[in-house]
Design a protein around this ligand. Structure first.
Ligand SMILES: [Zn+2]
Length: 263
């Protein structure tokens, strides 16, 4: 029985991953997500069904368009494989504890994966992703068997406030927008989804890793200090990590604290 669940999680994760590639390209550009069908961005060749099989077509076509031979970004295959892995991981981590939570987290991982690339490529986090995460966040608040509902609500309000404050202070200080209102909304829905403890851990990871990458990029690429760096990909990565490992991390930390207090 469990074998069947694994199989369908992987297959469905792969197909959804393929669809995420469509969303990554079309949502920030306000394009219809159903029509027209997939086509080559260079020559406009309309992909046949057999050109559009996740992963397989990329291998068969050796990463090139069938008609014009232009290189197809490896991002497409990377997104498909990552989404498959995330969905299988959701079954592994959550299915036996709570089937609804496994589904909520799987969809949330897909939303963050989409956001990772749409923000990296266009600096846009589409509103439809925020709304999707809001719905998933409400569902998690009600259904999460481990984190109580008020921890989810505190996460939403506290992190929206922190982000709003940072945005406010920086815009006063620098005279330009450091964090947008989109980031405040994202902090709200993510805090709601995770609860405040995991959200705190996710933001610490995102800030530390983001700062390290920023410093390396400035050294290596000699990029302008005032140039814009996308924070959302780091945020999304931190959140997905904490979806899977937050419980363990917080339990370990609490164990350490009680150990210090009692010992
Ligand atoms: Zn082409």
């Amino acid at each position: 029985m469990m074998g069947l669940v694994w199989f369908f999680a992987a297959l469905l994760g792969l197909c959804v991953g393929s669809f995420l590639n469509v969303l990554i390209y079309r949502l920030p550009r306000n394009m219809n997500i159903a029509k027209p069908g997939s086509h080559c961005p260079d020559c406009g060749y309309a992909l046949k069904w057999y050109d559009n099989i996740p992963v397989l077509s990329y291998i068969i076509l050796r990463g090139k368009c069938r008609k014009c031979g232009k290189h197809i970004s490896f991002r497409y295959t990377a997104v498909e494989l990552t989404n498959t892995l995330l969905w299988v991981a959701c079954v592994f981590f959550f299915w036996e504890k709570s089937i609804p939570m496994a589904c909520i987290y799987a969809l949330a991982c897909s939303a963050y994966l989409t956001m990772f690339f749409s923000d990296l490529e266009t600096y846009i986090v589409p509103d439809s992703l925020q709304i999707t995460l809001l719905i998933l966040g409400i569902a998690a608040t009600v259904l999460d068997p481990y984190t109580p509902w008020y921890a989810h609500l505190i996460g939403a309000v506290a992190f929206a406030l922190v982000f709003w404050l940072v945005a406010f202070i920086f815009s006063k200080k620098l005279g330009k927008e450091a964090l947008g209102f989109g980031d405040v909304k994202l902090a709200f829905v993510s805090g709601l989804l995770l609860g405040w403890q995991k959200m705190l851990a996710a933001m610490l990871i995102a800030t530390v890793v983001g700062s390290i990458v920023l410093i390396i990029l400035q050294k290596v690429k000699k990029r302008d200090r005032t140039a814009e760096y996308p924070f959302v990909p780091f945020m999304a990565s931190g959140i997905v990590l904490m979806i899977f490992f937050g419980e363990t991390l917080i339990d370990g930390y609490m164990g350490l604290l009680t150990g210090i207090v009692s010992g």
